[in-house]
Design a protein. Structure first.
Lengths: 132, 806
């Protein structure tokens, strides 16, 4: 009984691939699933690619720079460690307990005549958009 | 099994030896073949487009095919772009890009491109073109513009545009302002501007909403094709993957839509609903949440306005959101309106309120909320976010920030320009009838034909193809023919450019300098657009063309736009960011990288709630009852003064019947189906030509290629005696089209669907069509747009149709 051509081809390709793999110089593995287990973070925390490997995110860069501790620094800490200065006062984003004023009562009742100037002002207000 | 048989058979040992020898020979042959193949000269076409060996580099730029503006890495070999991938350093797409971007080399090297400026010699639309030089083309345009301006007719020049990125929006507006025309008209009224308007009237910020799917636990997309055609689709695709698998708690996505689009396919649950009834469902869910006490009363009291009934300064009582919802939207009524069963509504509401952070997503793409009730529908959807405290928190609605580049430099305007620019707008935006519109794109043709408010003498089209895009039954073509001078910046001979006097062909986004504000991340950023190759044809960046025209026109235009080219303009404007230009070039973008969520009541909270209000107080309160609307309606709708209840309703989110569901009974009998249309992943509104790779997979769910189709529920088709792939006529009161049936269970029974983006005429035989002609059909020709009062949003989707075998 002769072997069919297809298995021969598959075997040949596998053999060629094996030889090729053996011929390639050894490379250090730089991204490991163990790191994910160690830190409890998904690969995408440290790598641009969600499946890991390749370009590192700022959090990943900072983690490596800090000799791979048990926790990956948060983004703000990471950027700080990488020398990136954020032009933000974090205190502005936190509520300082104080009395909340009640809303001012609704003012302005419907006018008796249509105001063209107001509708034009509204159009400019809506069109005044700083984005794309 | 086969292996065991081989080993046990006595003859196989010999066969095995023979096989081994064959294998060894085959392996050797493979290696030799590989060496031979390396030396084989592959025959190639002598088009000049095949990359020659030469310098190889990766050039970073920004995609221009949809509003995502993804960062791209373009591999260039020997001066030819050969491959496109996502830029891993870009904060939105993070190394991925969709098929549109991957296929955009087919745009760069498209045989459909217009290669030189051209002038139409015969009657417009005749196709009798003459190629001319840029110098001659610019002389013609500058001459015409100068002539009109000198005659005090600057306002009679209109500029219609589609998506303008980065500095282009400012440049176009500044050009027209210095020239003296108020008529810069965008496509916002086709649907895309609605989300921004809703944010402004409720939350008080003039910004697109960004939904923080990364941190949300429960997401309901109302009518939005979030994962296929929304404004920030590529960001949401990545976030959805993270929401599902990248964190310990898996989030849930629910798609509410008459059709199970790709968003519905990828969602955890698809809730089929009658077209145009999202507001009723959102308010029904609010009813359950309020009735069940699943809201934070203290949060609503401190940071919102109009949840409870309230008294105004005169002591008059006004209805609040709570009363409106409890009185008007009991489950049974909502179920009758929407077709969604009461138990599903109650379950959705319960899950939404108890799995926070939860998000109610409104569409940011055209054609999803064009049923005639757009504003109050979007307000109702967004009110759910306030109800569960999802404003600017993690997993909530973020406010897209943009870099602060400062004001454009002052220039010396002149009397001619100032007088002209004070004229009313061509599209009616800003009139008391349509006070809430920035632009009313679909009204332009009608008003040009009626010479309302004045005759239009010149029209510019940039990223705009109104003949194709606006469902107006040929009115746009007639309007273009009526305008004495039409200039198009089209890259291909699209349906509108065919009616132009002049075409100043735009370079593709891969050939020009520019910038692109990053959207979809929340934090501010800019993506650089730089030429990846030399222009393939004799085309130009429209930004450069406008600067050259300004120079030729002189006066206030030259003063307002003194830059020698668009690259200089971009660089000077971005200098406000104090960027390291070399790093910017190398990374392809700059961003703030972090979105800081503002705690309610914090100093930063004022930047995300109330910041941009005009008349309403900037008091950090989300308006269930829109105080801005109250002020605007007060000034523009005096009739409401006699009816306080009507005024209250006009300031609160509520359900209005879609225009297509109103009308006379006879029409609904004759045209029993509701046709909806929506953009698909394979459709780019920024390119009006054919992209072969996208055509090859146009109907991802229906497997239709290089063609259109109509999706029909199998039960409906059985009642009509239709089978899959049958040729049918789809007929509305406004027109009829022939196309093929695709049976699709994922569509509401009396609803049918046709895709957008097909039906373009092409001058190139693509190998699939022996004759020059049309690829698929344009569903817009079955529709006829009207205009929503107040907002100016177009009404055209859904439309009533009937279907019969062809």
């Amino acid at each position: 009984m002769k072997m069919k051509p297809a298995p021969i081809l598959i075997f040949s390709l596998c053999l060629a691939a094996l030889l090729l793999a053996l011929a390639l110089p050894g490379r250090q593995v730089l991204a490991l699933p163990e790191y994910s287990s160690q830190t409890g973070e998904p690969c995408a925390t440290c790598h641009a690619s969600p499946s890991g490997g390749g370009v590192r995110t700022p959090r990943g860069q900072a983690w490596v720079a800090q000799s791979k501790p048990g926790e990956v620094p948060d983004l703000v800490t990471a950027l700080d460690a990488l020398g990136v200065t954020l032009d933000v006062n974090e205190a502005d984003y936190v509520l300082v307990p104080e009395t909340i004023d009640p809303p001012s009562p609704l003012t302005g009742m419907p006018a008796s005549e249509i105001s063209s100037s107001i509708s034009l002002e509204v159009q400019r207000w809506i069109a005044d958009f700083g984005g794309n | 099994m086969e292996k065991q048989q081989l080993e046990s058979h006595p003859e196989n040992s010999a066969t095995g030896r023979r096989s081994f020898l064959k294998l060894a020979a085959a392996t050797g042959t493979l290696g030799a073949a590989a060496l031979v193949l390396k030396q084989v000269q592959i025959p190639r076409l002598d088009t000049g487009l095949v990359a020659e060996p030469g310098e190889e580099k990766i050039v970073k730029t920004a995609c221009g095919l949809c509003p995502c503006g993804c960062g791209l890495d373009v591999r260039v070999v020997g001066g030819k772009a050969v491959k496109i991938e996502g830029n891993p350093l870009h904060p939105l797409n993070q190394g991925v890009c969709c098929l549109r971007a991957q296929a955009s080399l087919e745009i760069l090297y498209s045989p459909e491109r217009i290669e030189h400026p051209r002038r139409q010699l015969g009657e417009r639309g005749s196709g009798d073109w003459e190629e001319i030089s840029w110098d001659e083309a610019l002389s013609i345009v500058a001459g015409k513009l100068g002539e009109l301006r000198a005659a005090g007719q600057a306002h009679s020049v209109a500029f219609l545009h589609g998506e303008l990125r980065g500095q282009m929006r400012g440049l176009v507006e500044r050009f027209m302002q210095a020239y003296g025309s108020p008529n810069v008209i965008s496509q916002d009224s086709l649907g895309e501007g609605l989300a921004r308007l809703t944010m402004l009237l409720t939350q008080g910020v003039n910004a697109y909403p960004v939904y923080d799917l990364n941190n949300a636990n429960y997401v309901v997309a109302f009518g939005s094709n979030l994962l296929e055609s929304s404004r920030h689709v590529i960001g949401y695709l990545g976030s959805l993957a993270f929401m599902r698998r990248g964190r310990p708690q898996r989030g849930k996505l629910v798609s509410v839509h008459p059709r199970m689009a790709l968003t519905g396919v990828k969602a955890d649950e698809w809730v089929p609903i009658r077209p145009g009834t999202y507001a009723a469902l959102a308010l029904g869910m609010a009813n359950v949440i309020i009735n069940s006490g699943l809201y934070d009363a203290e949060y609503l009291q401190d940071f919102t306005f109009g949840f409870d009934d309230f008294e105004d300064e005169n002591g008059q009582t006004h209805k609040g959101f709570k009363s409106l919802v409890l009185e008007g939207y009991p489950l049974e009524r909502v179920s009758d309106i929407t077709g969604v069963t009461t138990d599903v509504i109650a379950r959705l509401a319960g899950e939404f309120a108890t799995n926070r952070p939860a998000l109610a997503v409104m569409p940011t793409e055209p054609a999803e909320l064009n049923a005639g009730n757009s504003l109050y529908t979007a307000m109702a959807i967004h009110a759910l976010n306030a109800l569960v405290g999802s404003l600017d928190g993690k997993g909530g609605v973020l406010v897209q920030r943009f870099p602060d580049l400062g004001e454009w430099p002052l220039y010396n305007a002149d009397l001619l320009g100032n007088e002209s620019i004070a004229q009313p707008r061509l599209d009616g935006a800003g009139s008391p009838q349509i006070p809430l519109a920035g632009s009313v794109y679909q009204e332009v043709a009608r008003r040009i034909l009626a010479e309302d408010p004045y005759p239009i003498n010149a029209l510019f089209l940039l990223n705009a193809n109104p003949v194709y895009e606006v469902p107006n039954q040929g009115e746009v073509s007639q309007a273009l023919l009526k305008v004495p001078f039409v200039v198009s910046f089209a890259s291909t001979l699209d349906e509108s450019a065919a009616h132009a006097d002049l075409i100043l062909p735009a370079s593709t986004f891969l050939e020009i300098w520019g910038d692109d504000f990053i959207e979809g991340t929340g934090f501010a950023g800019v993506t650089l657009r730089q030429p990846v190759v030399e222009p393939v044809h004799d085309t130009a960046n429209p930004g450069d063309v406008l600067l050259l025209l300004a120079g030729r026109l002189g006066g206030p235009l030259a003063d307002a736009l003194p830059w020698s080219d668009y690259q200089m303009l971009v660089r000077e404007r971005l200098s406000a960011l104090d960027l390291d230009w070399d790093k910017f070039l190398a990374n392809g973008n700059w961003s703030e990288m972090v979105y800081f969520n503002a705690a309610p009541g914090s100093k930063a909270w004022e930047q995300v709630v109330g910041r941009d209000r005009l008349s309403a107080p900037k008091d950090g309160r989300f308006d269930f009852y829109s105080r801005e609307l109250h002020a605007i309606l007060g000034a523009t709708r005096p009739e409401l003064s006699a009816d306080p209840a009507a005024l209250d309703l006009a300031c609160l989110p509520h359900f209005q019947a879609p225009t297509a569901l109103e009308g006379d009974l006879n029409q609904s009998v004759e045209f029993p189906f509701l046709l909806i249309s929506q953009g698909l992943l394979m459709h780019s509104r920024s390119w009006q030509g054919i992209i072969p790779t996208l055509q090859e997979c146009y109907g991802l769910q229906t497997f239709v290629r290089w063609n259109s189709w109509v999706e029909i529920n199998p039960e409906t088709a059985a009642e009509l005696g239709l089978d899959d792939h049958d040729e049918v006529w789809v007929e509305s009161p406004f027109g009829k089209l022939k196309t093929q049936v695709r049976l699709y269970p994922g569509i509401y029974p009396n609803v049918v669907f046709m895709p957008q983006g097909q039906g373009h005429f092409t001058q190139v035989a693509w190998g699939r069509h022996s004759e020059l002609g049309q690829i698929g059909v344009n569903a817009n020709t079955l529709m006829r747009s009207t205009t929503e009062p107040l907002t100016g949003q177009a009404i055209f989707n859904p439309v009533r149709v009937k279907i019969s075998k062809a």
